[in-house]
Design a protein around this ligand. Structure first.
Ligand SMILES: Nc1ncnc2c1ncn2[C@@H]1O[C@H](COP(=O)(O)OP(=O)(O)OP(=O)(O)O)[C@@H](O)[C@H]1O
Ligand SMILES: [Mg+2]
Length: 486
């Protein structure tokens, strides 16, 4: 199989020339214009390499990389940079880019970097392959490592005492003989670690040498979701210019992770139910049946029992999916995990950014344990990352953390409902609302649909409010967006 490369550049000529010359070299190359498109593609496809312009309108190259890393996606990234951007490019390497190339570049130079990045991936994820390592990039089959029972994600879970139950369930799943027929439903608040658990399921599964394919049901338009899942035949609908394999085909005997399953439309839910019952599926517009060999892991941060009652989620699909059900406790329900998590994030950022921050001290830990962390582990990770980037500290101190986190000391705020306005003194209601909205966006990493859902308002209302804030204090919103993406 060919290595898959994603090119991201808003300049059409660069996109075209890179795509052509790398395709001629035998790679499978896709090219997109914006960071938003790149992230959408990365949701459904495992690329072996991303070559992106650092400066893009909207989501930048750096933000693409950071969003991927936050999702646990370690696809190597090469940054293309304009002449004056070398400093930023160097810091992008500190943040985990594989390499950078200043523009204008010779095609020969970038081809060399591409080869070297792909070779580094093979070395990192090496599985025994037959014969000598080929010069041509034929590594896709070796893309995923074949980890031991305790792979990286399983270790992350095992290291948290508050996730002991989850770890035990995963162990049983791994040992079970029923294999991929056992579907798993993971429920938990946003940022609590559902994706980490889904990846750990893959690690303990028999099919772990096959692919882990992930799709976010909320991010893909309803009209495209079916063909993303099952693929389509050429001409199945207006835009179907070529035949396309869907996730169910691409996953082979691996794992299909249906994220935010609660957002799937009812029609597709019935189709999915039928497919899961028969363990067979058909491409859109196709006649042949294919057998499902992959395991289905679904996740949601909604209470599906409520969605079932409201008639937006099918009862029978719920029972089909939750053969094994995993409830991920919120971070506030497991304050004992804070120390391991903080110290492991500090180690990670120390290594990534060349810093030297000491493990968290007992006094500060106690303060942080009193804060309810409504954005869960993601919020904790982002808060630490922001401190590491902005403060470059030798030791974490209270004054590095924003007031609302420290205000967790207020005994009245222990229910996980504390708003950032609390503890910040008296202020007009409109200001509290604004802070809450910006804060929710920060926690959801600027995901407007998710933020609107949490806030209980429509996306349109949210957009309108943001427009008003932007016109009054644009700088504040920019800062928060940067932080959320940091
Ligand atoms: N046990 C853990 N150890 C280390 N990092 C963790 C752990 N759990 C979660 N994280 C980190 O926290 C962040 C959020 O985790 P994850 O994406 O799995 O959450 P989620 O439940 O899928 O959230 P959402 O519902 O918003 O999709 C990620 O950066 C992840 O790496
Ligand atoms: Mg997730």
């Amino acid at each position: 199989m060919k290595s898959r490369i994603l090119i991201v550049d808003d300049e059409a000529t660069i996109r075209a020339s890179l795509q052509e010359s790398l395709t001629n070299d035998g790679y499978d190359v896709e090219a997109v214009e914006t960071g938003e498109e790149a992230l959408a593609r990365c949701h459904g496809t495992n690329y072996d390499l991303i070559v992106t312009d650092l400066r893009l309108p909207g989501v930048s190259g750096l933000e693409i990389m950071q969003a991927l890393r936050n999702q646990g996606n370690n696809t190597p990234v090469i940054m293309m940079t304009a002449y004056g951007d070398v400093d930023t490019a160097v810091s992008s390497m500190r943040l985990g880019a594989y390499d950078f190339i200043p523009k204008p570049f010779k095609l020969g130079t970038i081809k060399k970097q591409v080869r070297s990045a792909l070779r580094a991936t093979i070395e990192r994820t090496a599985v025994p392959t037959e014969g000598p390592e080929p010069e041509a990039p034929t590594i896709t089959a070796a893309r995923k490592p074949v980890p031991d029972m305790d792979g990286r994600y399983m270790q992350m879970i095992r290291s948290c005492p508050g996730l002991e139950k989850v770890g035990n369930i995963l162990e049983k799943v791994g040992a079970s003989r029923s294999g991929n027929d056992t579907s798993i439903l993971i429920q938990g608040e946003s940022g609590s670690g559902k994706e980490i658990i889904a990846r750990a399921v893959h690690e303990v599964s028999q099919g772990r040498s096959d692919r882990f394919m992930e799709i976010n049901c909320a991010a893909v338009p309803e009209s495209l979701l079916e063909s993303e899942l099952f693929g389509h035949e050429k001409g199945a609908f207006t835009d179907a210019k070529n035949r396309k394999e869907g996730l169910f085909e691409l996953a082979g005997g691996g794992t299909i992770f249906l994220d935010e399953i609660g957002e799937m439309g009812v029609l597709l839910q019935s189709r999915l139910l039928r497919v899961l019952e028969n363990r067979r599926f058909r491409r859109v517009g196709g006649k042949d049946d294919f057998e499902i060999r992959a395991r289905i892991v679904a996740a949601t941060n909604q209470k599906l029992s409520e969605s079932i009652e409201a008639g937006t989620f099918r009862n029978d699909l719920y029972y089909r999916l939750q053969v094994v059900e995993i409830e991920v406790p919120a971070l506030r329900e497991r304050p004992q995990d804070l120390e391991v998590l903080i110290n492991s994030f500090l180690r990670e950022f120390n290594a990534q950014m060349g810093l030297n921050c000491e493990p968290v001290g007992a006094g500060l830990l106690e303060v942080l344990q009193r804060y309810p962390w409504p954005g869960n582990v993601r919020e904790l990770r982002n808060a630490l990352k922001r401190i590491m980037i902005l403060e470059d500290p030798e030791q974490l101190e209270e004054n590095h953390f924003p007031g609302h986190i420290l205000a967790g000391r207020n005994p009245r705020s222990g229910k996980g409902k504390m708003s950032p306005g609390q503890g910040a003194g008296l202020m007009p209601l409109s200001e509290v609302e604004k802070m809450q909205i910006l804060y929710t966006l920060e926690i959801t990493e600027n995901n407007k649909s998710k933020a609107a859902r949490i806030l209980g308002i429509s996306r349109q209302t949210l957009r309108e409010k943001l427009r008003i804030y932007e016109s009054s204090t644009s700088s504040e919103q920019e800062l928060l967006t940067d932080e959320a993406n940091a």
